[in-house]
Design a protein around this ligand. Structure first.
Ligand code: AHR
Length: 647
């Protein structure tokens, strides 16, 4: 039995404490990066085909090599009466989008011709849901006698059954024309194994070639934003009650070379003006989910951004020399101006206003780089000059911002030239034993002016080293034990985020992830429910209580929601047997409701929620009798929160 005396003292819970870390990581099989300390096996699906609601994969043939079969990724001709290829258009639709899909129709054909897209491993077909689409087309060699007709667009099964369709008129224009369309299926299809198709009666275009690009199809989006986010994923994230969103990476901020870094300026405005980039996980990012889209959605979600900026280092271990950093520093200053500067006095602020957001976004935290000190001894260029150059320039122009430095060593601050780093981002991917034994890592840090952001963490391996495919009960519960350390030390830990967030079940290479989905399903992991427990029951004040010891089987934290008049007792049991905890509320609390409600997540240690068993472990509610003394028996492998009405 553990006896826990709760004091009236403590400290405020930061309003940023529990949030999200996000980047687009996807499609790669194995990325062994040059620096041995930064080797990764990654793949998961998060932005394109995930959070970003666009349904067409490879919609604008960005960053592909025309004429290759790889360039045709996800596209196929409808039948042998026509051929498709990706070409570099003689008349590009825009400078940013030079490529197009060329449909060459055999002379004399009367068959229906066209092409299909596989989407991101399928398309959802949902009854009474209005899908909005568009594409550009042109006839590179129009016939002397103008022809006209209709393009048919539809969602169909792979066997050819059309579920919903419409048609849009065309004429044989040599210049690019944009068509828009909508359709609304009347019935939901259980399977997402469907295609999007564009077809045309062969006789109309026999012997002609038609080019297409920026073929787009969106379902309804979160908050009805054009070019917006998937509703079910957004809602699942909102249900975590996250306070912040760190973006755009992670490694995906950095680039494999300076030319391949995330360039904010290429991610805003009309989709025609976004070239996309070769992301850091060996696939092309459309950048349809760009800086403005991120900031708008973060605001819609009631979060605040922790905005990453590029810091002169790339994953091929290249550091830009100090005397060449000037343009990159200016790029970062412009990025911040775009996010927060006055639209009446600043050019970047005006660009933001022109996109529909005159008011500055609420950016208080900017993170300079990613994992710059993660290797033993650190990346010398960050310590020697990169931090200084970027931090000095940003803090001179934006003295109100809190600048986060990137590190792997908690409390062990390496010497660094330039402004003293106060805010530190720490990352850890480990096994359950590590998390159980590390619950007091922050308790032992000195109390000074340093503040910590556990910017990425997760149990990724079983104790025997086996990589987890999905979070297990054991992983989630030991993460919860570690998270009691965030509550307890929230005087110096200002933020924490599990990573990575999202994966598409048909294209997952980084495992485990917090939320998994397909085109038409979504399920939540064991770790998701732990994150939700800490997010929903964060409270605004941590109440000091008797502490346990590192690696003890039971950990707890006590917080208060002052306005709701509630005390939250979180009890985490990482052992194979039940343990009793007896809490005693302080005498300063004079009114205590007799009936308490609780939530518990528990299950067999190795259990995971998987596509075939998505609800193997879900939390359940219970009631209990409360009083000044509350006795709780925590079953094996459990994370519980007891909610007590107490003032
Ligand atoms: O979360 C996946 C990766 O892990 C991030 O991109 C990187 O910051 C870390 O190494």
């Amino acid at each position: 039995t553990f006896n826990v005396a709760i004091s009236t003292g403590g400290h405020a819970q930061p309003d940023t404490l529990y949030g999200l870390m996000y980047e687009d990581i996807n499609h790669v099989c194995y990325a062994q990066l040059a620096s041995s300390s930064r080797a990764h096996i990654f793949i998961s699906q998060s932005g394109d085909g995930g959070l970003y609601a666009e349904l067409i994969q490879n919609r604008a043939f960005q960053q592909v090599t025309p004429g290759t079969s790889a360039a045709l990724n996800s596209w196929a001709a409808l039948n042998a009466a026509s051929r498709i290829s990706v070409v570099r258009s003689n008349v590009p639709v825009s400078a940013a989008l030079p490529n197009a899909l060329s449909l060459a129709v055999n002379a004399g054909t009367t068959d229906s011709v066209g092409f299909t897209n596989t989407g991101f491993w399928g398309f959802p077909v949902t009854a009474n849901t209005r899908y909005q689409g568009s594409f550009y087309y042109r006839f590179p060699n129009p016939p002397s006698n103008q022809v006209s007709g209709n393009f048919n667009v539809d969602l169909r099964s792979t066997g050819g059954t059309v579920f919903t369709s419409t048609s849009v008129p065309f004429t044989s224009s040599a210049g690019w024309k944009k068509v828009t369309f909508t359709f609304t299926p009347s019935a939901t299809q259980a399977s997402a194994n469907n295609l999007f198709a564009v077809s045309v009666t062969g006789a109309t275009v026999s012997g002609l070639t038609v080019e297409f690009t920026l073929v787009s199809l969106f379902p309804p989006t979160f908050n009805n934003r054009p070019n917006g986010m998937r509703i079910d994923i957004s809602q699942a994230l909102a249900d975590l009650k996250p306070t912040f969103f760190r973006f755009p990476g992670g490694n995906n901020l950095e680039g494999q070379t300076p030319a391949r870094r995330w360039i904010w300026n290429n991610t805003i405005g009309d989709l025609l003006d976004r070239p996309g980039r070769q992301g850091d996980w060996s696939y092309v990012n459309t950048d349809g989910l760009g800086l403005f889209d991120y900031l708008q959605w973060i605001e819609d979600m009631g979060m605040e951004p922790i905005m990453g900026v590029w810091a002169g280092y790339t994953l091929n271990t290249q550091s830009v020399p100090e005397n060449q950093l000037g343009p990159y520093v200016q790029e970062v200053l412009d990025q911040i101006h775009f996010a927060i500067s006055d639209s009446s006095t600043n050019a970047q602020g005006r660009r933001r206003a022109a996109l529909g957001h005159p008011a500055p976004f609420n950016v208080r935290y900017v993170e300079i780089g990613n994992e710059d000190w993660i290797s033993a001894g650190g990346l010398a260029s960050y310590n020697n000059y990169r931090w200084r150059v970027f931090a000095s320039a940003i803090s001179t122009t934006f003295p109100q911002l809190r600048l986060i430095s990137t590190s792997g060593t908690s409390g062990n601050v390496p010497s660094v030239s330039g402004p003293r780093p106060i805010y530190w981002d720490l990352h850890i991917y480990e096994n359950p034993n590590w998390f159980r034994n590390s619950a007091y890592n922050f308790d032992i840090l000195p109390r000074n002016d340093l503040r910590f952001f556990q910017g990425e963490y997760a149990v990724t391996n079983a104790n025997n080293g086996t990589r987890l495919s999905y979070p297990t009960v054991e992983g989630a519960i030991t993460e919860a034990a570690y998270m009691t350390g965030f509550d307890r030390n929230s005087d110096i830990v200002f933020a924490a985020a599990y990573a990575p967030l999202l994966n598409h079940i048909s294209s997952t290479q980084w495992t485990p992830n917090l939320i998994s989905y397909s085109p038409n399903t979504l399920f939540k992991s064991t770790s998701y429910y732990v994150q939700q427990m800490f997010g929903v029951y964060k409270g605004d004040f941590y109440l000091t209580s008797t502490t346990n010891t590192a690696s003890a089987p039971v950990q707890w934290s006590v917080t208060r929601n002052t306005s709701a008049g509630q005390v939250y007792l979180k009890v985490i049991n990482t052992s194979t047997s039940a343990h009793t905890v007896v809490f005693t509320l302080p005498s300063s609390i004079t009114t205590i409701n007799a009936a308490g409600t609780g939530r518990i997540l528990t299950g067999a240690a190795a259990t995971m929620n998987t596509p075939s068993s998505p609800n193997a472990v879900v939390p359940r509610s219970f009631t209990f009798t409360a009083g000044r003394t509350i006795t709780y028996s925590a079953v094996a492998w459990s994370a519980s929160v007891l909610v007590v009405g107490a003032r």
